[in-house]
Design a protein around this ligand. Sequence first.
Ligand code: ROI
Length: 179
Amino acid sequence: MNAEAGSWIKCYLGLGSNLANDLGSPTEHLQQALSALRQYKQIRKVEVSSFYSSAPMGPQDQADFVNAVAGLETTLAPLELLDVCQQLEQGAKRARLRHWGERSLDVDILLYGQQQVSEPSLIVPHVGLSERNFVLVPLRELAPELMILQQSISDYPLSVDWTALQRLDEPKLRLDDSE
Ligand code: ROI
């Protein structure tokens, strides 16, 4: 399933949070996850989109989300990368209060090179990718030339969904300072 050992695979992760806790605000949860990601020796070249505020997809009586996409290269196999994502979520003391409800941190694998993964615990490309502006917009920002299963990301229609997006500029600067 994985590429040859030792080769670096370009991957994209989606990050989202709309729940503060004693470890920080949604923006801080994303920043902390990104710093933690940079500590893994099997992960390099972590780059991050702008942070976006987005209206919740799901129940509307919850706070707006902060969303971003991270690009990276990794030698980890898909399920190992999933494990890292789950460690990051646990690092934010992940809480999920209800189905499609508020959460302190979600880290999803959007793309793993050009590979398709179909495991009970992991489907890549991420199933929601093509319908979620809060994923597509930051992903396009990072990788305007990206090909997803032979289709250019610029051909993906931005959905008319209820996910109003607003770019938050300032956190990116703070992120660069934190390393
Ligand atoms: N809605 C937005 N806007 N952003 C998210 O990251 C997000 N994540 C989710 C659900 C609850 C589906 N809604 C979301 O998991």
